[in-house]
Ligand binder design. Structure first.
Ligand SMILES: C[S@@+](CC[C@H](N)C(=O)[O-])C[C@H]1O[C@@H](n2cnc3c(N)ncnc32)[C@H](O)[C@@H]1O
Length: 212
């Protein structure tokens, strides 16, 4: 089930900025070569991430779940001149492809790729005071990642979590484990008084969480 009517999504796609050339190439290659290519953020969500990042002008971004690098590049577009984006990917087989994708862009020097499971990489990561965090990896660990990163986010910084509407299942009657885990995540964040939050009905649902 699509969250948005396809004709509305078509209208949104045709009235935002065009997808940059390097991202068009990565998008095409992801659909040609990867299993589950729809994990990629894509044109419209990518422009949303880029816009949020440009508004925040972050010095430090953390991404959990790199895949083919699409969202990392979108977020890196908004980095301050001396900013850095750390992105974590568990699958070591993606490393070479990711380096070649980042090299297609003018933000490659600002992206630091960490290969390994997110919990282990986060335990070793010295950086604090993240301005923007994007959580988009193994979905059932979303709340664990939220708890691991919240103390590493500066006051006024934002955490973005992807797929929180889970194809509309979270507000339906489905009882499968993934749907239950998204419902629980959304409820836990909704009552958390440390943060302000809202869900944007972008693609599969983007939760925007601002640390007070
Ligand atoms: C939904 S995809 C990320 C899509 C990407 N953020 C984008 O929007 O283009 C999720 C990625 O997280 C990775 N992943 C899964 N479990 C992980 C873990 N425990 N630590 C780090 N990465 C993980 C997967 O290999 C996959 O590449």
């Amino acid at each position: 089930m699509e969250i948005l009517d396809p004709s509305l999504q078509g209208y949104l796609d045709s009235h935002c900025d065009a997808e940059p050339e390097a991202l068009q190439k990565i998008n095409r290659e992801t659909y040609l070569k990867m299993l589950k290519p729809n994990m990629l953020s894509g044109h419209y969500q990518g422009r949303v991430l880029s816009m949020l990042s440009k508004i925040m002008q972050p010095k430090l971004i953390l991404e959990i779940g790199t895949f083919t690098g699409y969202s990392a590049i979108c977020l890196a577009e908004g980095l301050a001149e001396d900013g850095v984006l750390h992105t974590i990917e568990a699958n070591a087989e993606y490393e070479e492809m990711l380096n070649s994708h980042f090299a297609l862009t003018n933000v490659d020097k600002k992206i630091k790729l960490h290969i390994g499971p997110a919990d282990a990489v986060l335990a070793d990561l010295q950086e604090n005071n993240f301005d923007v965090v994007f959580i988009d990896a193994d979905k059932r660990n979303n709340f664990t990642y939220f708890e691991l990163v919240i103390d590493k986010v500066r006051s006024g910084g934002i955490i973005i979590i992807d797929n929180v509407l889970w194809k509309g299942k979270v507000y339906g009657t489905e009882k499968d484990a993934d749907t239950k885990s998204f419902r629980k995540l959304n409820e836990q964040i909704a009552v958390n008084t440390q943060v302000e939050k809202l869900i944007l009905p972008v693609r599969d649902g983007l939760m925007i969480i601002r640390k007070k």
